[in-house]
Design a protein around this ligand. Structure first.
Ligand code: RP5
Length: 181
């Protein structure tokens, strides 16, 4: 169901009906209400042709699933986990405690506290259990960071990241040029 919702959110990219490649990145979130934010990570990974899976895994509502997902991710070939959650956002930290894989945390703005609760829940990890935390609702940067991590041992992917940066730079230069006229 979540794959179908994701497909409809990423409607511009639904044409390929190839069998999916084994996922290298796991994108997980505490609730389907996080999907409008977390889809941006999936968009980036698609842009870089990095196979990813998207799952709802809740630290509080499905703790057994969280345990089995995190503790089996490495043996299933997942290399990076992106975990998003809001409020008492324990998912990224708990997953980081259960796997040696790098975990990127996305604080989702989900309550009256404007996401500050999510940010602090994710970023304030105890020594020994790191979570690379991105800005509130910035799942795009989580996707980009996952690409950079995979690029350490994948020179083609790293070259595409360099190209992505050049493209962003050129966008700014074009806007600056237009303003100057
Ligand atoms: C967290 O609680 C989820 O990650 C979500 O951001 C928040 C609210 O969840 P719902 O009540 O919308 O399912 O666990």
């Amino acid at each position: 169901i979540i794959e179908a919702r994701l497909k409809s959110m990423l409607s511009e990219e639904t044409e390929d009906d190839q069998p999916p490649a084994a996922p290298r990145v796991g994108i997980i979130m505490g609730s389907d209400s996080d999907l409008p934010v977390m889809k941006d990570a999936a968009t980036i990974l698609r842009e870089f042709n990095v196979p990813a899976e998207v799952r709802i895994v809740s630290a509080h509502r499905t703790p057994e699933l969280m345990f089995s997902y995190a503790s089996s991710a490495r043996e299933r070939g997942i290399q990076v986990i992106i975990a998003g959650a809001g409020g008492a956002a324990h998912l990224p930290g708990m997953v980081a405690a259960l796997t040696p894989l790098p975990v990127i945390g996305v604080p989702v703005r989900a309550s009256t506290l404007d996401g500050l609760d999510s940010l602090l829940s994710i970023v304030q990890m105890p020594r020994g259990v790191p979570v690379a935390t991105v800005a509130i609702n910035n799942a795009t940067n989580a996707g980009l960071l996952a690409v950079r991590l995979l690029g350490i041992s994948d020179i083609n992917l790293q070259a595409r990241m360099a190209q992505y940066q050049e493209d962003r730079r050129d966008e700014v230069l074009v806007k600056d040029d237009k303003l100057g006229k």
